[in-house]
Design a protein around this ligand. Structure first.
Ligand code: GRF
Length: 204
């Protein structure tokens, strides 16, 4: 019997394939979530259509309505509070969270990144690894800290870059790996099986 179910917000700005991978497992009852909402900063994002398809509440807040990033992030916090959200999974959310936001949800925000951090941080990780000629790249899931792409690493999966692979082949392989890994890790996190000790993360 799973108890203490959490309310989860998935943050996404674009395509939403990771959102969908997470929601599919939640809908199957495999992840310990009482309520799941989508939060997005992009009005016309594909992820909103996916939310609709799965009947997931979709919260859109338009950043242009706010004087600055701080006001926007405060509004997001207030909205999440109303929804009683306790855990956030970033899945292609293209905005950097303010330090006070990260502090408010300290160690409750996970992110997925399409490389083996600390290699190839930033917005273009798959292409950067490919163009660099790396032989191995992969996927990282980490806690979000104030410094972008630098939070404690929870899990990593390598993806080999074979000589015959195109950039598109690599993208496909990375996304397949993401879609398996993120639900597994989120599940463990929500079952309190992921413990943070300094920068070190232990899965119990
Ligand atoms: C993923 O590659 C994820 O690692 C990165 O943004 C991408 C989002 O893809 N943070 P999608 O919107 O989930 O399809």
């Amino acid at each position: 019997m799973m108890k203490n179910k959490n309310n989860l917000a998935i943050f996404a700005s674009g395509r939403g394939s990771n959102f969908e991978a997470l929601v599919q497992e939640i809908k199957k009852g495999k992840i310990n979530v009482a309520k799941c909402v989508l939060f997005t900063d992009k009005k016309d994002s594909l992820v909103r259509q996916r939310a609709k398809k799965y009947g997931v509440k979709d919260i859109f807040i338009d950043p242009v309505r706010f004087k600055d990033k701080k006001e926007f992030d405060q509004e997001v916090i207030d909205t999440l509070d109303k929804e009683k959200i306790k855990v956030i999974a970033l899945a292609g959310y293209m905005r950097i969270l303010s330090p006070f936001f990260v502090k408010y949800f300290e160690n409750k925000i996970l992110n997925i990144h399409p490389s083996l951090l600390p290699s190839f941080a930033g917005n273009n990780a798959i292409e950067d690894a490919f163009n660099y000629g790396a032989k191995v790249t992969g996927v990282t899931i980490h806690f979000v800290s104030e410094e972008v792409d630098q939070g404690p690493i929870i899990a990593q999966r390598p993806v080999g870059i074979k000589d015959k692979m195109s950039l598109e082949d690599l993208r496909k392989k990375i996304h397949e790996t993401e879609h398996k890994l993120y639900p597994q890790i989120l599940k463990l996190f929500l079952e309190n099986k992921i413990k943070l000790e300094g920068r070190h993360v232990k899965i119990t």
